[in-house]
Design a binder for this molecule. Structure first.
Ligand code: DGT
Ligand code: MG
Ligand code: MG
Ligand code: MG
Ligand code: MG
Length: 316
């Protein structure tokens, strides 16, 4: 006979609750958005087997950045911000988005699996719903999916370091990808382009400055290695890979990296701002009614402290 005592059944339930009084960051990321990189002329074969194909390739996203695909991600993130009132800030790049929930959020009693699954499924549904608004003439060929995870950050400083890390990643990947696809479009094979950039990467150290802390890294993306962290730019004299890549883009392709769209270079930040409502100001509305809350999408530097100083209400 079965034991159907509810307490007995419930005793198996494992609820991982997120630490109280800490910022909660939910990061979602598109599943299999890239193409398997095999070389050997197998790329065509992969596109042919579209059912297992990679989302960005199957949907012919522009390389390295597809404005419409990023616009769609941003629209979905705005919808998430509107739906989940405890979210105070969103940062997105490529196929990922980070959502920051207020420190004192009691959403789903801070149960990680509930929060992650609710946000991930809402975002995925939005992506499908809003597809046609952005890609008017392009058919959605199969349902996209996203994974998600939750991490707690105990202080504003550490939360800002997390966001800076994502923006540094955006910059490094974008710079690498811009060089890579410029080389490919100029007639180099993918492996030639990869080898050329590998040479640049291995010869020189990358140098990133984040809030006065200098981080020295080699490689990019998942292969990125942190070589050292220091408060002084001691290794700067050894050259910066970033500068080298910008020179490559300018000399060989006439691309001035700093004039590329800010959305590609800086990613997208979404947050609420309080603004005075000019129409209500004219009437004799109370001071509370004179301000309205607006959601804005900006492509700016969030590593610099000045961003947080200009928007103190975000982490207030
Ligand atoms: P995952 O997350 O482990 O399931 O695998 P992926 O393939 O999603 O890998 P991920 O998230 O590390 O990298 C994102 C991939 O998405 C990137 O390799 C290329 C693709 N992607 C993202 N944004 C764009 C875009 O604007 N244009 C194109 N062509 N591809 C993009
Ligand atoms: Mg992933
Ligand atoms: Mg992905
Ligand atoms: Mg990704
Ligand atoms: Mg239910």
């Amino acid at each position: 006979c079965f034991k159907t005592n509810p307490d007995y059944i419930r005793s198996f339930l494992f609820e991982s609750k997120l630490m109280p009084s800490t910022w909660i960051v939910i990061r979602i990321d598109g599943c299999h958005f890239h193409r398997l990189f095999l070389g050997f002329g197998l790329d065509g074969l992969l596109t042919f087997f579209g059912a297992f194909g990679r989302f960005a390739d199957v949907h012919e996203f522009n390389k390295p950045n597809d404005k419409q695909a990023l616009d769609l991600m941003n629209l979905c993130a705005v919808a998430v911000l509107e739906e989940f009132h405890d979210i105070v800030f969103c940062y997105g790049v490529s196929d990922e988005y980070s959502f920051v929930l207020r420190k004192d959020s009691q959403l789903y009693q801070r149960r990680a699996s509930k929060i992650v699954s609710a946000i991930v499924s809402f975002f995925s549904s939005m992506y499908v719903m809003k597809w046609k608004d952005v890609f008017r003439k392009k058919e959605l060929k199969y349902p996209p999916s996203f994974d998600g995870r939750a991490v707690c950050y105990p202080s504003n400083e550490i939360l800002q370091d997390y966001l800076a890390w994502r923006q540094v990643d955006c910059h490094i990947n974008n710079q690498y990808n811009t060089c890579f696809w410029s080389l490919v479009k100029s007639g180099k094979s993918k492996s030639e382009a990869q080898n050329y950039l590998k040479f640049v990467t291995e010869r020189l150290l990358k140098f990133v400055c984040c809030k006065g802390v200098h981080i020295f890294i080699r490689g990019y993306g998942e292969q990125c290695r942190v070589l050292g962290i220091s408060t002084t730019p001691i290794l700067q004299s050894q050259g910066t890979q970033a500068r080298e890549k910008n020179e490559l883009l300018l000399k060989e392709f006439g691309i001035n990296y700093n004039t590329l769209p800010p959305m590609f270079r800086q990613g997208s930040s979404i947050f609420r701002v309080k603004r005075e409502n000019p129409t209500l100001l004219e009437n004799d509305a109370s001071s509370v009614e004179k301000t309205e809350t607006k959601i804005v999408t900006e492509h700016c530097n969030i590593i610099e402290q000045s961003f947080w100083e200009a928007h103190p209400s975000i982490l207030d």
